[in-house]
Write a new protein. Structure first.
Length: 143
């Protein structure tokens, strides 16, 4: 299985969609706990509408997002603490269900995981892939 990741830090919705289309992505899996954004075009409904116009499906997986303490650790570049907090998040029943759904969908169509951070090394999406898709080929997209 191949899984793409992408962050929208510092980009426009149009540029993000162009990058997804160029990579052949057909499903964007939003793995933000809070799918709202102050950046124009990246709140859930507006993003889903833009993706739909481009022929890309959108699915939100809020339970696979990072809880507030994990987001704070990420902002402080404390990856060890983020990893610890996020491991606990992935043990929650709702997260386990959504992780299984994500793996199923990603096995069917080219899928990209979306979060804010530009670098996957500073984001929970790399931890998510390592945990639930350890054998996947990971392609990190940059806009």
């Amino acid at each position: 299985m191949r899984i793409f990741t992408i962050g929208y830090e510092g980009v426009t919705q149009a540029a993000l969609i162009d990058t997804l289309r160029a990579a052949g992505v057909r499903l964007l899996a939003d793995v933000r706990a809070v799918p709202l954004s102050r950046r124009p075009g990246f709140s859930k409904n507006i993003l889903a509408a833009g993706l739909r116009e481009a022929g890309i499906d959108y699915v939100g997986f809020k339970a696979l997002g990072t809880p507030p303490a994990g987001r704070e650790a990420a902002r402080k570049h404390n990856h060890a603490l983020l990893s610890e907090i996020y491991a606990g998040q992935l043990e929650l029943p709702e997260a386990m269900v959504q992780a299984a759904q994500l793996v199923d969908r990603a096995g069917e169509v080219p899928t990209a995981l979306l979060c804010f951070e530009r670098s996957p090394d500073c984001c929970h999406r790399s931890l998510l892939v390592q945990t639930v898709m350890p054998d996947a080929e990971v392609v990190d997209l940059f806009v």
